[in-house]
Design a binder for this molecule. Structure first.
Ligand SMILES: NC(=O)c1ccc[n+]([C@@H]2O[C@H](COP(=O)([O-])OP(=O)(O)OC[C@H]3O[C@@H](n4cnc5c(N)ncnc54)[C@H](O)[C@@H]3O)[C@@H](O)[C@H]2O)c1
Length: 334
Protein backbone atom coordinates (compact mmCIF):
# COMPACT_ATOMS: atom_id res chain seq x y z
CA UNK A 1 0.00 0.00 0.00
CA UNK A 2 1.42 3.43 -0.93
CA UNK A 3 2.02 5.95 1.82
CA UNK A 4 -0.11 9.14 1.98
CA UNK A 5 1.61 12.03 0.23
CA UNK A 6 2.55 15.07 2.28
CA UNK A 7 3.45 18.46 0.85
CA UNK A 8 5.87 20.69 2.76
CA UNK A 9 5.23 24.31 1.74
CA UNK A 10 8.25 26.46 2.59
CA UNK A 11 11.53 24.62 3.23
CA UNK A 12 13.42 27.20 5.27
CA UNK A 13 14.53 26.64 8.84
CA UNK A 14 11.40 24.92 10.20
CA UNK A 15 10.15 23.48 6.91
CA UNK A 16 13.32 21.47 6.44
CA UNK A 17 12.95 20.16 9.98
CA UNK A 18 9.34 19.11 9.35
CA UNK A 19 10.43 17.44 6.11
CA UNK A 20 13.09 15.44 7.94
CA UNK A 21 10.76 14.52 10.82
CA UNK A 22 7.81 13.47 8.64
CA UNK A 23 10.24 11.33 6.64
CA UNK A 24 11.48 9.84 9.91
CA UNK A 25 7.96 8.65 10.84
CA UNK A 26 8.05 6.31 7.81
CA UNK A 27 4.30 6.96 7.49
CA UNK A 28 4.23 9.49 4.60
CA UNK A 29 5.98 10.21 1.34
CA UNK A 30 7.10 13.84 1.09
CA UNK A 31 7.18 16.48 -1.65
CA UNK A 32 8.94 19.80 -0.98
CA UNK A 33 7.88 23.21 -2.32
CA UNK A 34 9.60 26.56 -1.96
CA UNK A 35 9.91 29.67 -4.07
CA UNK A 36 13.72 29.65 -3.85
CA UNK A 37 15.45 27.31 -6.35
CA UNK A 38 18.57 27.09 -4.18
CA UNK A 39 16.51 25.84 -1.22
CA UNK A 40 14.70 23.28 -3.37
CA UNK A 41 18.00 22.02 -4.78
CA UNK A 42 19.40 21.60 -1.24
CA UNK A 43 16.44 19.70 0.22
CA UNK A 44 15.98 17.62 -2.94
CA UNK A 45 19.58 16.48 -2.77
CA UNK A 46 19.75 16.05 1.01
CA UNK A 47 16.49 14.12 1.49
CA UNK A 48 15.90 12.59 -1.94
CA UNK A 49 12.40 14.08 -2.26
CA UNK A 50 10.50 15.38 -5.28
CA UNK A 51 10.55 19.20 -5.36
CA UNK A 52 8.39 21.91 -6.94
CA UNK A 53 8.37 25.71 -7.00
CA UNK A 54 4.57 25.82 -7.51
CA UNK A 55 2.74 25.36 -4.19
CA UNK A 56 -0.69 26.12 -5.67
CA UNK A 57 -0.21 23.71 -8.57
CA UNK A 58 0.86 20.98 -6.14
CA UNK A 59 -2.12 21.64 -3.86
CA UNK A 60 -4.50 21.39 -6.81
CA UNK A 61 -2.77 18.41 -8.44
CA UNK A 62 -4.81 15.79 -6.58
CA UNK A 63 -1.53 14.03 -5.66
CA UNK A 64 -1.36 14.99 -1.98
CA UNK A 65 -3.24 14.05 1.19
CA UNK A 66 -1.96 16.81 3.46
CA UNK A 67 0.14 19.97 3.55
CA UNK A 68 2.43 21.40 6.22
CA UNK A 69 2.55 25.18 5.91
CA UNK A 70 5.98 26.50 6.89
CA UNK A 71 6.07 29.88 5.15
CA UNK A 72 6.12 33.20 7.07
CA UNK A 73 2.91 33.84 9.05
CA UNK A 74 1.53 36.42 6.64
CA UNK A 75 0.87 33.72 4.02
CA UNK A 76 -0.43 30.91 6.29
CA UNK A 77 -4.14 31.73 6.04
CA UNK A 78 -4.23 32.08 2.25
CA UNK A 79 -2.29 28.85 1.68
CA UNK A 80 -4.28 26.90 4.30
CA UNK A 81 -7.59 28.06 2.81
CA UNK A 82 -6.50 26.98 -0.68
CA UNK A 83 -5.26 23.63 0.61
CA UNK A 84 -8.56 22.90 2.39
CA UNK A 85 -10.52 23.94 -0.71
CA UNK A 86 -8.50 21.35 -2.66
CA UNK A 87 -9.33 18.67 -0.06
CA UNK A 88 -6.01 18.49 1.83
CA UNK A 89 -5.57 18.21 5.60
CA UNK A 90 -3.31 20.97 6.93
CA UNK A 91 -0.77 21.44 9.69
CA UNK A 92 -0.02 25.17 10.02
CA UNK A 93 3.12 26.58 11.64
CA UNK A 94 2.69 29.11 14.43
CA UNK A 95 1.51 31.82 14.68
CA UNK A 96 -1.65 31.20 12.65
CA UNK A 97 -1.30 34.69 11.16
CA UNK A 98 -0.33 38.24 11.97
CA UNK A 99 -3.89 39.58 11.50
CA UNK A 100 -7.49 38.37 11.57
CA UNK A 101 -7.88 38.86 7.80
CA UNK A 102 -9.25 35.71 6.17
CA UNK A 103 -9.80 33.82 9.45
CA UNK A 104 -13.59 33.52 9.00
CA UNK A 105 -13.03 32.19 5.46
CA UNK A 106 -10.45 29.71 6.76
CA UNK A 107 -12.88 28.38 9.38
CA UNK A 108 -15.59 28.11 6.71
CA UNK A 109 -13.20 26.29 4.33
CA UNK A 110 -12.40 23.78 7.09
CA UNK A 111 -16.14 23.19 7.69
CA UNK A 112 -16.86 22.74 3.97
CA UNK A 113 -13.94 20.38 3.42
CA UNK A 114 -14.41 18.15 6.47
CA UNK A 115 -10.60 17.92 6.55
CA UNK A 116 -8.36 18.04 9.61
CA UNK A 117 -6.45 21.14 10.72
CA UNK A 118 -3.87 21.56 13.46
CA UNK A 119 -1.48 24.30 14.54
CA UNK A 120 2.17 23.33 14.96
CA UNK A 121 2.59 24.78 18.46
CA UNK A 122 5.26 22.27 19.34
CA UNK A 123 5.16 22.85 23.14
CA UNK A 124 2.29 20.32 23.17
CA UNK A 125 4.83 17.56 22.55
CA UNK A 126 7.35 18.61 25.25
CA UNK A 127 7.38 15.81 27.86
CA UNK A 128 7.62 18.05 30.99
CA UNK A 129 4.72 20.19 29.76
CA UNK A 130 2.61 17.18 28.79
CA UNK A 131 3.28 15.43 32.10
CA UNK A 132 2.66 18.57 34.22
CA UNK A 133 -0.60 19.31 32.38
CA UNK A 134 -1.78 15.71 32.86
CA UNK A 135 -0.97 15.99 36.58
CA UNK A 136 -2.93 19.25 36.84
CA UNK A 137 -5.89 17.60 35.11
CA UNK A 138 -6.09 15.16 38.05
CA UNK A 139 -7.00 18.26 40.12
CA UNK A 140 -5.03 17.20 43.21
CA UNK A 141 -3.91 20.81 43.79
CA UNK A 142 -7.24 22.48 43.01
CA UNK A 143 -7.63 25.04 40.24
CA UNK A 144 -4.58 27.02 39.13
CA UNK A 145 -5.08 30.61 40.26
CA UNK A 146 -1.86 32.18 39.04
CA UNK A 147 0.83 31.30 36.50
CA UNK A 148 4.24 32.90 35.95
CA UNK A 149 6.24 32.34 32.77
CA UNK A 150 9.86 33.51 32.74
CA UNK A 151 11.80 32.87 29.56
CA UNK A 152 14.89 34.16 27.80
CA UNK A 153 17.47 33.10 25.28
CA UNK A 154 20.34 34.56 23.21
CA UNK A 155 18.33 34.59 19.97
CA UNK A 156 21.22 36.06 17.98
CA UNK A 157 23.33 32.99 18.83
CA UNK A 158 20.56 30.45 18.32
CA UNK A 159 19.43 31.93 14.99
CA UNK A 160 22.27 34.12 13.66
CA UNK A 161 20.34 35.00 10.45
CA UNK A 162 17.29 36.31 12.36
CA UNK A 163 17.61 39.85 11.01
CA UNK A 164 17.28 38.59 7.44
CA UNK A 165 14.10 36.53 8.08
CA UNK A 166 10.39 37.22 8.71
CA UNK A 167 11.46 37.97 12.31
CA UNK A 168 12.54 41.51 11.43
CA UNK A 169 8.97 42.71 10.71
CA UNK A 170 5.75 42.32 12.71
CA UNK A 171 3.85 42.29 9.40
CA UNK A 172 5.42 38.93 8.56
CA UNK A 173 4.99 37.53 12.09
CA UNK A 174 8.19 38.96 13.55
CA UNK A 175 9.11 40.28 16.99
CA UNK A 176 9.23 38.52 20.34
CA UNK A 177 5.46 38.46 20.95
CA UNK A 178 4.38 36.75 17.74
CA UNK A 179 7.49 34.63 17.29
CA UNK A 180 8.53 33.46 20.77
CA UNK A 181 6.09 34.34 23.55
CA UNK A 182 3.18 32.93 21.52
CA UNK A 183 4.42 29.37 22.25
CA UNK A 184 4.04 29.82 26.00
CA UNK A 185 0.75 31.72 25.66
CA UNK A 186 -0.74 28.91 23.58
CA UNK A 187 0.34 26.27 26.10
CA UNK A 188 -0.88 28.31 29.10
CA UNK A 189 -4.26 28.68 27.33
CA UNK A 190 -4.41 24.89 27.02
CA UNK A 191 -4.25 24.75 30.84
CA UNK A 192 -6.08 27.90 31.99
CA UNK A 193 -8.50 28.37 29.10
CA UNK A 194 -8.58 31.38 26.80
CA UNK A 195 -6.91 34.60 27.87
CA UNK A 196 -9.57 37.24 28.38
CA UNK A 197 -7.40 40.38 28.38
CA UNK A 198 -3.78 41.51 28.46
CA UNK A 199 -1.82 44.50 29.67
CA UNK A 200 1.43 44.46 27.73
CA UNK A 201 4.65 46.45 27.77
CA UNK A 202 7.40 45.66 25.28
CA UNK A 203 10.49 47.24 23.79
CA UNK A 204 13.43 46.70 21.52
CA UNK A 205 16.38 46.75 23.92
CA UNK A 206 19.28 44.75 22.56
CA UNK A 207 19.12 42.63 19.38
CA UNK A 208 21.20 44.29 16.66
CA UNK A 209 19.90 45.02 13.15
CA UNK A 210 16.17 44.85 14.00
CA UNK A 211 13.68 47.27 15.54
CA UNK A 212 10.98 44.81 16.64
CA UNK A 213 10.47 44.13 20.35
CA UNK A 214 12.92 41.70 21.97
CA UNK A 215 11.67 42.20 25.54
CA UNK A 216 8.09 41.68 26.77
CA UNK A 217 6.11 41.90 30.04
CA UNK A 218 2.45 40.87 30.02
CA UNK A 219 -0.15 40.73 32.80
CA UNK A 220 -2.87 38.44 31.42
CA UNK A 221 -6.26 37.59 32.88
CA UNK A 222 -8.13 34.35 32.35
CA UNK A 223 -11.65 33.69 33.66
CA UNK A 224 -10.35 32.27 36.97
CA UNK A 225 -6.61 32.98 36.96
CA UNK A 226 -3.90 35.54 36.36
CA UNK A 227 -0.77 34.90 34.30
CA UNK A 228 2.39 36.99 34.12
CA UNK A 229 4.83 36.61 31.23
CA UNK A 230 8.39 37.95 31.26
CA UNK A 231 10.50 37.23 28.18
CA UNK A 232 13.63 38.55 26.53
CA UNK A 233 15.65 37.39 23.54
CA UNK A 234 19.13 38.56 24.49
CA UNK A 235 20.11 37.03 27.85
CA UNK A 236 22.98 34.55 27.83
CA UNK A 237 21.21 31.59 29.50
CA UNK A 238 18.62 29.83 27.35
CA UNK A 239 16.10 29.17 30.11
CA UNK A 240 12.34 28.86 30.46
CA UNK A 241 10.47 28.45 33.74
CA UNK A 242 6.73 28.06 34.04
CA UNK A 243 5.17 28.05 37.51
CA UNK A 244 1.49 27.37 38.15
CA UNK A 245 0.19 28.14 41.63
CA UNK A 246 -2.93 26.62 43.18
CA UNK A 247 -4.19 26.86 46.76
CA UNK A 248 -3.10 23.27 47.51
CA UNK A 249 0.31 23.44 45.86
CA UNK A 250 2.43 24.64 42.98
CA UNK A 251 3.93 23.10 39.85
CA UNK A 252 7.18 24.34 38.37
CA UNK A 253 8.41 23.33 34.94
CA UNK A 254 12.01 23.93 33.92
CA UNK A 255 12.07 23.36 30.18
CA UNK A 256 15.83 23.81 29.86
CA UNK A 257 16.40 21.09 32.47
CA UNK A 258 13.68 18.81 31.08
CA UNK A 259 12.04 18.44 34.48
CA UNK A 260 8.97 19.45 36.42
CA UNK A 261 8.13 19.36 40.10
CA UNK A 262 5.52 19.97 42.74
CA UNK A 263 5.65 21.86 46.04
CA UNK A 264 2.75 21.10 48.38
CA UNK A 265 1.86 22.75 51.73
CA UNK A 266 4.28 21.65 54.47
CA UNK A 267 7.03 20.56 52.04
CA UNK A 268 10.50 22.06 52.41
CA UNK A 269 11.63 21.74 48.80
CA UNK A 270 10.45 20.92 45.29
CA UNK A 271 9.81 17.30 44.48
CA UNK A 272 11.30 16.98 41.00
CA UNK A 273 10.29 14.53 38.30
CA UNK A 274 12.68 14.14 35.38
CA UNK A 275 10.61 14.07 32.21
CA UNK A 276 11.07 11.45 29.51
CA UNK A 277 14.27 12.35 27.59
CA UNK A 278 13.88 13.65 24.05
CA UNK A 279 16.27 12.78 21.23
CA UNK A 280 17.23 15.36 18.57
CA UNK A 281 14.18 16.35 16.50
CA UNK A 282 12.09 14.26 18.91
CA UNK A 283 9.49 16.98 19.56
CA UNK A 284 8.91 17.51 15.85
CA UNK A 285 8.78 13.79 15.06
CA UNK A 286 6.22 13.40 17.86
CA UNK A 287 4.24 16.28 16.34
CA UNK A 288 4.41 14.66 12.90
CA UNK A 289 3.15 11.33 14.26
CA UNK A 290 0.34 13.13 16.13
CA UNK A 291 -0.75 14.90 12.94
CA UNK A 292 -0.76 11.64 10.97
CA UNK A 293 -2.79 10.03 13.79
CA UNK A 294 -5.21 12.96 13.50
CA UNK A 295 -5.69 12.64 9.75
CA UNK A 296 -6.15 8.88 10.15
CA UNK A 297 -9.02 9.70 12.55
CA UNK A 298 -7.26 8.21 15.57
CA UNK A 299 -6.50 11.33 17.62
CA UNK A 300 -7.64 14.88 18.34
CA UNK A 301 -5.32 17.72 17.25
CA UNK A 302 -2.54 18.66 19.65
CA UNK A 303 -3.58 22.28 18.97
CA UNK A 304 -6.89 22.91 17.21
CA UNK A 305 -7.62 25.65 14.70
CA UNK A 306 -9.86 27.31 17.29
CA UNK A 307 -7.00 27.31 19.83
CA UNK A 308 -4.73 28.81 17.15
CA UNK A 309 -7.26 31.57 16.48
CA UNK A 310 -7.50 32.29 20.22
CA UNK A 311 -3.69 32.58 20.54
CA UNK A 312 -3.65 34.82 17.47
CA UNK A 313 -6.11 37.05 19.35
CA UNK A 314 -3.73 36.97 22.34
CA UNK A 315 -0.83 38.10 20.11
CA UNK A 316 -2.85 40.90 18.56
CA UNK A 317 -4.23 42.06 21.92
CA UNK A 318 -0.68 42.17 23.32
CA UNK A 319 0.55 44.27 20.40
CA UNK A 320 -2.48 46.59 20.68
CA UNK A 321 -1.99 46.97 24.43
CA UNK A 322 1.69 47.79 24.01
CA UNK A 323 0.77 50.45 21.45
CA UNK A 324 -1.98 52.06 23.56
CA UNK A 325 -0.73 51.48 27.09
CA UNK A 326 -4.20 50.15 28.02
CA UNK A 327 -5.52 46.68 28.89
CA UNK A 328 -7.00 45.07 25.75
CA UNK A 329 -9.62 42.31 25.59
CA UNK A 330 -8.65 39.41 23.32
CA UNK A 331 -12.22 39.13 22.03
CA UNK A 332 -12.27 42.80 21.05
CA UNK A 333 -9.27 42.92 18.70
CA UNK A 334 -10.14 43.33 15.05
N1 LIG B 1 7.62 25.72 15.81
C1 LIG B 1 8.82 26.29 15.88
O1 LIG B 1 9.60 26.00 16.78
C2 LIG B 1 9.21 27.28 14.82
C3 LIG B 1 10.54 27.62 14.66
C4 LIG B 1 10.88 28.52 13.63
C5 LIG B 1 9.90 29.07 12.83
N2 LIG B 1 8.58 28.73 13.05
C6 LIG B 1 7.51 29.31 12.23
O2 LIG B 1 7.55 28.70 10.93
C7 LIG B 1 7.30 29.67 9.91
C8 LIG B 1 8.50 29.74 8.97
O3 LIG B 1 9.64 30.07 9.73
P1 LIG B 1 11.13 29.74 9.22
O4 LIG B 1 12.00 30.06 10.36
O5 LIG B 1 11.20 28.38 8.62
O6 LIG B 1 11.31 30.84 8.09
P2 LIG B 1 12.37 30.84 6.90
O7 LIG B 1 12.45 32.23 6.42
O8 LIG B 1 13.62 30.13 7.33
O9 LIG B 1 11.69 29.91 5.79
C9 LIG B 1 10.51 30.27 5.11
C10 LIG B 1 10.57 29.61 3.75
O10 LIG B 1 9.33 29.79 3.07
C11 LIG B 1 9.62 30.02 1.69
N3 LIG B 1 8.43 30.64 1.12
C12 LIG B 1 7.94 31.87 1.32
N4 LIG B 1 6.77 32.02 0.66
C13 LIG B 1 6.54 30.83 0.01
C14 LIG B 1 5.47 30.33 -0.83
N5 LIG B 1 4.43 31.09 -1.15
N6 LIG B 1 5.55 29.07 -1.27
C15 LIG B 1 6.60 28.27 -0.96
N7 LIG B 1 7.63 28.70 -0.16
C16 LIG B 1 7.58 29.96 0.30
C17 LIG B 1 10.87 30.88 1.73
O11 LIG B 1 11.55 30.87 0.49
C18 LIG B 1 11.67 30.21 2.84
O12 LIG B 1 12.48 29.18 2.35
C19 LIG B 1 6.99 30.98 10.64
O13 LIG B 1 5.61 31.10 10.82
C20 LIG B 1 7.68 30.80 11.99
O14 LIG B 1 7.08 31.54 13.04
C21 LIG B 1 8.23 27.84 14.01
Amino acid sequence: MSLPSLLIIGCGSIGERHLRCFQRTGRTSVTATDTLPITLARVGETYGVRTSDDWLGEIQSGRHTAAVICTPASSHVEIATQALAAGLHVLIEKPLSQSLAGIAELLAARERSGRQVALAYVYHTFPPLREARAFLAENKLGPVLQAVVTSGQPFHRLRPAYAKTYYRDRRTGGGAIQDALTHAANWIESVLGPTESVLCDCAHLALPDVEVEDTVSIAARHAHAHCHYSLNQFQAPNESYLQLNAAAGSIRIELHRQRWGTFTPGATDWEWRPAAPTVQDGHFTAQANAFIDQIEGRAAPLCSLEAGVQTLRFNLAALASAASGARVGCATVS
